[in-house]
Design a protein. Structure first.
Length: 367
């Protein structure tokens, strides 16, 4: 399972610049005028993970495969997008399947860069974006309710689903995000409908304060305002200078590290975004290590061993027998699987084992 992140924001706030920096794609047009992004930009990037590198250095595999993140950058949204203003609303369908939303918010002053509303105001900008996402969800749920009402025909299960869908629509029309809606425990038809709707306001949000170089050294009033807003929503906040991140991409790794260090930063914007995405979604990584490949696999924290095995192949979950597990730290200490086995740090775990971030695993299965 790959982490997928949809990038949203007003026009001209640095979304495409950030997309280019995160993906090193350099193919998303970035310019100082609204709506320079028209077609959605998509890219898949590897997740930087020093643990994968360390395992590969010990195992010397034929291939080293990192976990991946999918980024989708859509056209900027404006007030009234749901009613046909601007261009962005027509592309919202492209991020419905994303697991999380990265909302880029301009948090710097620059008279040379146009702001669609004439001034920098993070709270107002966030309200604009979230209102448009909410209105898009209202439209989606309204259409589904209309379809359910046509299909009911005395079917009690569909009646229950339609009633719950009507309650959801009322909730959204009240200006409340889908994430605040209480899902019924015993209404499987509606829970299936909920899954299919993939509502935008049900997704975890990461606020990205796009600052200038000065804003990296000290939080300005705009960043502080956005931080307060994120706190009230229980959302993650990261601060990035998209322009600096883009400049870094042409430099060798050592020079990148030196430039980041000069601003008191120890990790790139890509790492910050991915780390926040993993936290927001409760994701983690386990590893497989052998002569053919060292590989990172993404799973949800709290999963049992069979579920985690299913990330590799559904047959691994169906026919799960047991798992051999070594913690990453033990693997680094003893330097090999054989050494871990002889010292007793390789454990045999069954179906009830809860997988931990950093586990090095080998699954035994039979189908």
């Amino acid at each position: 399972m790959a982490l997928s992140i949809g990038i949203v924001g007003l026009p001209n706030v640095g979304k495409s610049t950030l997309f280019n920096a995160l993906t090193k794609a350099q193919n998303a047009e970035a310019a100082n005028y609204p709506f320079c992004t028209i077609e959605p930009n998509k890219a898949t990037v590897p997740v930087p993970d020093s643990r994968v590198d360390a395992l590969a250095a010990l195992v010397h595999p034929q291939k080293t495969i990192y976990a991946t993140v999918d980024f989708i950058d859509i056209a900027g949204l404006v007030r009234g997008a749901s009613k046909g203003e601007g261009l962005g609303n027509q592309f919202l369908a492209n991020i419905r399947e994303c697991a999380a939303i990265l909302q880029v918010v301009r948090c710097f002053e620059d008279d040379n860069i146009t702001h669609v509303d004439g001034s920098v105001n993070p709270a107002r900008d966030v309200e604009t974006i979230e209102t448009e996402l909410l209105l898009a969800d209202v439209e989606t749920v309204g259409k589904r309710l209309e379809r359910l009402n046509k299909q009911v025909k005395g079917d009690r299960e569909l009646i229950r689903a339609a009633d719950e869908c009507a309650r959801l629509l009322e909730h959204l029309n009240g200006g409340r995000a889908a994430s605040a809606f209480a899902l019924p425990e015993h209404n499987e038809p509606f829970r299936q409908t909920w899954h299919e709707l993939s509502l935008l306001t049900a997704k975890p949000v990461i606020y990205c304060a796009n600052v200038d170089e000065a804003g990296l050294e000290e939080a300005n009033e705009h960043v502080r305002a956005l931080s307060g807003l994120a706190d009230t929503r229980g959302a993650h906040l990261i601060t990035i200078c998209a322009r600096l991140e883009e400049e870094l991409q042409g430099l060798p790794d050592a020079d990148q590290a030196d430039m980041l260090a000069s601003y008191g930063i120890d990790e790139s914007g890509l790492v910050h975004v991915i780390r926040s995405g993993y936290r927001a979604l409760g994701l983690a990584s386990y590893f497989t290590a052998g002569p053919k490949e060292v590989r990172a696999w993404t799973f949800r924290q709290g999963w049992k061993a069979p579920q985690a095995a299913g990330v590799i192949h559904s047959d691994f979950e169906k026919g799960f027998i047991r798992a051999e597990v070594i913690s990453f730290d033990d693997y680094m200490t003893h330097k090999s699987e054989a050494a871990c086995r002889s010292t007793g740090t390789l454990r045999v775990e069954g179906k009830d084992y809860t997988v931990h971030d950093g586990d090095v695993m080998h699954f035994l299965f039979n189908v």
